[in-house]
Ligand binder design. Sequence first.
Ligand code: B3K
Ligand code: ZN
Length: 871
Amino acid sequence: MSQAIAKKRLDYQAPNYLINEVDLVIELDPTDTIITSTLKCETSPHAISSNAGVASEQDLILDGEDLKLISVFLNGSAFTNYRIEEGKLVIPQAELAQLTDFTLQIKNSVDPINNGSLEGLYLSNEAYCTQCEAEGFRKITYFLDRPDVLSVYTVTIIAEKAAFPHVLSNGNLVEERDLADGKKLVKWHDPFKKPCYLFALVAGNFDKLSDSFTTMSGRQIQLELFVDKGKASQGHHALASLKKAMKWDEDVFGLEYDLDIYMVVAVDFFNMGAMENKGLNVFNSKFVLADSNTATDDDFFNIESIIGHEYFHNWTGNRVTCRDWFQLSLKEGLTVFRDQQFSADMFSYLATRISQVKVMREHQFAEDAGPMSHPIRPDEVIEMNNFYTVTVYDKGAEVIRMLHTLLTADGFRRGMDLYFERHDGQAVTCDDFVNAMQDANEVNLDHFKLWYSQSGTPRVKVESGLESGSKELNFTQRTNPTADQADKRALYLPIKVECLERSGRKIDLNLNNDTFVLDKANASVTVPSEDFVPVLLSDFSAPVILDYPYSLEDYLLIMTFSSSDYSKWDASQALYSSLISELYHNESVELSTSVWGKLEAALRQACNNYELLNEMLTIPSVESLTQGFEFSEPLKLSAARSAFLVQMQENLQDFLLEIMANTAQKSYEYTKVQVNERRVLSAVLQLLSYSKTPEMAAQLEKRFNSADNMTDKLTMLKASQICSVELFEKLMLSFESEYLENAVVMDKWFALHATTKSNDILSKLTLLASHRQFNLRNPNKVRSLVGSFAFYNTDGFHAIDGSGYQFLTDYLLELDPINPQIAARLVTPLIQYKKFAKSHQEMMVMQLKRLLNRANLSKDLYEKVSKSLTS
Ligand code: B3K
Ligand code: ZN
């Protein structure tokens, strides 16, 4: 497989040629869009050896994929001495030998309507749209498709006037006029040099919402949001979020927006959440459209956070971009950290932090332990799209967070200022970023940099030993070998520590900022007490797995007395996990009643804090529990979790009913107070649903019918899924008839069906795949139905006969030729087979082999599947 050759980070070479200006003329047509690209090129200084004159010593090799070449002109004359090699356009060095700069004009065509990969230029839902990151620009025209080639773009688009009232590209609109034959010409110019992955074009018939923002220096920025016809009323939250993000970045980082216009377009067919194209963000409509009737509290939260994320990229990603794709975390880890800080400030620190930690524990730790394990700055890549991972993004953000902890907010800001001062307008590396942090703070971060090159999740074992009157807490760190790296070194770990006496009183440890830095394999802290409970890793101060022999009493003490709400939540999760583990090993165990009484007492302490209470009433997911076992039996684990929930419901029923009675339904507003009330109610109703009584079912039905918002409706659906199959089916039918025409809402409906525990889940899925709202070519639909099943329906996916694995594989075989990126995302639960018991492993491996044997498997799937079978 020639296409399956891995690229290596250390092989980086600067480009031989630069492209300073790009002029594109794009004549839109569904099957035959013509692109004329005029490139002002220059020999790069890197390519010139001292005695070879001025010209490059190498061919100019322009990337291209799925393109039809029409013609090439060099400095105005027709040029035919090119070669096409593996899709790339090669201009031989000899032809350029006398030239220091030259103009290349290339004409080619593409077929947008048949582009199911949703990468490059595609036509879906009657709108043209592009997606170029990471390497999609080469599917539009021949180019040096790499992020360190920065150019100024002028883009002229010719389109049918009636069908495409809005024709957009990056930067400022410079011309718009009618042409003959019902066509029009629209011209855009972006004055900022950018890499081609930030190029965008959108053409369609949208409703537009406009607003404006005045920057800190007094400039007026025009804001425009484009949504499907008839949906303008659902765009207000996104627009308000954008203004908050613009203000926040000025306040916290002193960063101001640069162009005069900022556009956001929402489309239904999109491979991911959103894309930060310069001045023209493209969003999955799921992360734009919201009103109380169609979006949940979580949707409102996510929209604000993703709008923020893409906006923050304008500085961390666009103004300063990546030198090569191995450096992806330079922009993604940093921008995720920035959006997390933004969400914490806008909504709440605790809720934001807990949701990030869940992502780390459920998904990132699993990635580290699986065949795709890689450092946040990967060393080897076959398909770049496979590296938009929880490791690069979320662990990347944790690494930035540790820097923020070590340097404090002020020191971090000094580092950011220096980073922009040094690198604005450049394509740089992760080392450049850390160096700026280091130099601005006069610290040495050499050891810290290991976080960028070492993969795997460190385990920190903590033991307490008696030491003449006082005690020592001994810390040992160890990172197990991963699929990609055998040898591991000790990392630089900031660990927040608090010690509590049995009475709950805090012991003074004399630590700077309550943080102990473990920067070698072993170290210890002296605690001036003989009997205490350590509260470790508060705020998840480092992305590690902690190992301390806590007793149930210890957890309850932390839940009651820790000074950190985060640690109270964390202790509750560890307590539940250990009780579920007891049931896993002995399913007939009746957990002791004294535990329930004490748990209730601890939870009651949080009754004046609904934010904390709702988190403490949420039991760890099967995915997160799985990480605590070696070779887990997924069905047994799911059963143990359910058994725990049944016992919890029985033992805490009066308490739960009391809370239920105290939360009144209010007319919907997205405010922190209301969100927390709804979350508490949701947790309580779901727990009570394990009673499976007709009274509970009646209660849910009544609440469903009177709900005035999507959050409560979804709560009742989830609870009824637990409480009663008949009720669930009934409510789902009514939900379907109400929202049948709303694609974004129907995704929730597909996802709920896909996570149902049912013996005939596979026939259900097959039926749903023929539903008129389902479409294999739409990633949101595929993720909702097939993704929810494979990632979150433990009982169905891990069915004892292997039918769930086979179902997913059949589906991937069908999807891969159309949209390999999505297929490769969905294969994740299958390639992580090593954490399951042997009988499951064998069935999973059998399906992976089926995939590998498929002729013409995409390199996306090939990379993941082949790694999983060889590691
Ligand atoms: N930068 C894009 C992701 C591109 C994914 C390419 N497969 C969105 C983001 O992280 O903001
Ligand atoms: Zn991003």
